[in-house]
Design a protein around this ligand. Structure first.
Ligand code: MD3
Ligand code: FE
Length: 207
């Protein structure tokens, strides 16, 4: 882990997107949200709401609710609408940085308002762990935390700013990670404040 390339598994690309590119991508995301509105995900069994709001683009989207738990599905859990296509500029970013020879299938769109956070967790609902996860941050800065592949053990913090991209691959694909908090008023990109995080993922094993 670290910020070096090559064998490193957490690759950090600060300011990968220019402000013009961030603005264009935000336009793509706002259009998607008009078609498939942000929903409040709830935890399996407890039904406790997460503080982050979510929606998706792509053939598959990640959803969770009390009754059916964490899963990928092709439709919005509340409206039944198919997820819109992943914006071409995100596909291009994947092709530039992911180092994986197949298309992403899912783009999870997370929105963090004022005090939203995401507890330490692993992403393991995909069938394909050979593919990295590519994350794009838009809006206010956030404190991202990443550790090892067990819940105990040291973690380190990385402050993610608008336009930053992180590629999580190799052994760190299964690293515990989360968002401690968002730092309000640290970006002018979103009129409403807060932060969007977009994660591109391969879900199924390629044929
Ligand atoms: C490290 N999202 O959606 S993105 C998630 O900022 C998620 O919204 C956070 O964790 C967010 O599951 C963090 C960065 C990220 C994404 C996937 C990872 C880091 C990761 C997978 C493995 C290790
Ligand atoms: Fe995650």
């Amino acid at each position: 882990e670290g910020t070096r390339k090559g064998k490193r598994r957490v690759q950090y690309f600060p300011k990968e997107l220019t402000v013009a590119e961030q603005t264009a991508l935000l336009g793509d995301i706002r259009k998607i949200i008009r078609q498939v509105p942000l929903f409040i995900p709830t935890m399996p069994r407890s039904g406790r709401p997460m503080s982050v709001r979510m929606t998706n683009a792509g053939m598959l989207g990640w959803v969770t609710d009390k009754a059916r738990g964490y899963r990928y599905q092709a439709t919005h859990p509340e409206t039944g609408a198919s997820w819109p296509a992943i914006p071409p500029r995100l596909i291009a970013l994947w092709e530039k940085l992911a180092g994986y020879p197949h298309r992403p299938e899912a783009c999870l769109i997370n929105y963090y308002g004022g005090t939203a956070k995401m507890g330490l967790h692993q992403d393991r609902d995909e069938d394909e762990f050979e593919a990295p996860v590519l994350s794009v941050s838009l809006g206010d800065r956030a404190i991202f935390r990443v550790g090892g592949t067990t819940r105990k053990g040291p973690t380190r913090k990385l402050e993610l700013a608008s336009g930053d991209v992180v590629v999580l691959g190799g052994a760190d694909r299964l690293a515990y990670h989360g968002i401690d908090c968002v730092l309000p008023g640290t970006s002018d990109l979103l009129d409403e404040g807060g932060r969007f995080n977009l994660t591109l993922r391969r879900v199924t094993k390629p044929a």
